[in-house]
Design a binder for this molecule. Structure first.
Ligand SMILES: [Zn+2]
Length: 75
């Protein structure tokens, strides 16, 4: 049985560590930060979640769609 690629389990691209904490993005008012593609109209976009590496402290962004399509391992 082949395992489907799961980006949430991919190692840190900076240091190779595999331990992360997960969370969401916030602005100064506590709202989400969004990614908006050039073709998306005003009001379009996807809210962003974060993955922080325990080792090097790098933070990666993923669209929230990942949280719905993958089972995230939250420590
Ligand atoms: Zn790292």
């Amino acid at each position: 049985m082949s395992e489907q690629f799961n980006p949430s389990k991919a190692p840190c691209p900076i240091c190779g560590n595999r331990q992360f904490s997960w969370g969401r993005t916030v602005d100064s008012q506590g709202g989400w930060l969004y990614s908006r593609e050039n073709m998306a109209g005003l009001g379009g976009g996807e809210s962003l979640i974060i993955r922080k590496c325990f080792s090097c402290k790098n933070v990666q962004l993923f669209t929230q769609e990942l949280a719905f399509t993958q089972v995230l391992e939250i420590d």
